[in-house]
Design a protein around this ligand. Structure first.
Ligand SMILES: [Cu+2]
Length: 366
């Protein structure tokens, strides 16, 4: 395996032993007491990890808790575990991800304004590097990053009061931060306003990210991260929910006449998304994830920056497949697309194809 040096930091990719040794030096005190054990353990585990078949790191778009409903402020516990795992990036292509709870994005955390949130972060025993978490919903130093900085095997924690409602990103903030985010370490926390949000039939969780690999887009096998491409912002892959296939193989689903809400966020680390659903219009768009500002109405595309979020609501009136994209459409060719499948009766007063037989033979993505 190739060794890439980050100036002044640990090697980016190296043999397990080299990484473990460099990691011990880089991590300093926390590992010093049992550095020998840790090197031995890390070597064994990393070896197993690279040989193991890739797992699915896909976070299903339906994997989020339901609305909180009427209740007063409470104390809420959030358990995160940082796990480094080899996962499927694309068909036949795998990548060594760094994750919260083995999925990308990490778990969707849902609290109410005024709640006290108790965060526990465990860095898995098999990890090679330190991890932590910075919640953008936190009022306090680093969003909790310092308070959760955990060496492999260590558990840290803090608590915060959720003062501001909104949809917020969280991410690992261990240097080099862009590397930790690019490897999959991001998720979202929804802080509901006192009265919650208007009811909809379906809520979905979608996040966009970039993957920077040494090998060109489409290369099969285990691909390696590229420091040069990361630092010059030249990703090979763009992904929704962890892989190029995540939301193609696990489409969002709704029926004609139902209302849909997408909690959309960008982990990044670098690219702003022009989030758009082909063939739909957002009836409401909560700009920048702000839930206390009146939503925009009748929006085609909503810009969402890295470390930012949007909430979009719309009703689906016509059956068919609708494609979720970043309207910077070159990114579709690098994997970025998802499907919203709408089933139900045709609605010819709203949309009527004059030659459906010919349309059925079309290979157009739209
Ligand atoms: Cu990390």
């Amino acid at each position: 395996m190739k060794t890439l040096k980050i100036p002044g930091r640990r090697p980016l990719l190296a043999t397990a032993a080299v990484v473990a040794l460099a990691g011990a030096a880089w991590l300093g005190a926390p590992l010093a007491a049992n550095a020998g054990d840790k090197v031995a353990a890390a070597t064994t585990h990393a070896h197993a990890a690279t040989e193991a078949a890739p797992v699915s790191v896909v976070r299903l778009p339906t994997d989020l808790p339901g609305p909180i409903g009427k209740r007063g402020p409470q104390r809420v516990k959030v358990d995160l575990e940082t796990v480094e795992v080899t996962g499927e990036l694309a068909d036949g292509t795998s990548y060594h991800y760094w994750t919260f709870n083995k999925k990308v994005p990490g778990p969707f955390v849902r609290v109410r304004v005024g709640d006290t949130v108790e965060v526990k972060l465990k860095n898995h025993d098999d990890s090679m590097v330190m991890h932590n978490v910075d919640f953008h919903a936190v009022t306090g130093p680093g969003g909790g990053a310092k308070a959760t900085e955990a060496a492999p095997g260590e558990t840290r924690g803090f608590e915060f009061k959720a003062l501001n409602p909104g949809l917020y990103v969280y991410h690992c903030a261990t240097p080099m931060v862009a590397q930790h985010i690019a490897n999959g370490m991001y998720g979202m926390i929804l802080v509901e306003p006192e009265d919650g949000l208007p009811k909809v039939d379906h809520e979905f969780y979608v996040m966009q990210g970039e993957i920077y690999t040494e090998q060109a887009f489409g290369t099969k096998g285990l691909v390696e991260e590229s420091y040069d491409k990361l630092i010059s912002e030249r990703p090979e892959y763009f992904i929704f929910n962890g892989s190029t296939e995540a939301l193609k193989k696990n489409p969002l689903k709704a029926k004609v006449g139902e209302t849909v809400r997408v909690y959309f966020g960008v982990g990044g680390p670098n690219y702003t998304s022009s989030f758009h659903v082909i063939g739909e219009i957002f009836d409401k768009a909560y700009n920048m994830g702000s839930l206390t500002t009146d939503p925009l109405k009748d929006v085609q595309t909503i810009t969402t920056p890295p470390g930012g979020a949007s909430v979009v609501d719309f009703k689906v009136e016509v059956p068919g497949n609708y494609v979720l994209v970043d309207h910077a459409l070159s990114r579709v060719e690098r994997g970025l697309a998802g499907i919203l499948q709408v089933e139900g009766p045709e609605n010819p007063t709203i949309f009527k194809d004059h030659n459906p037989e010919k349309s059925a033979m079309s290979t157009s993505g739209h």
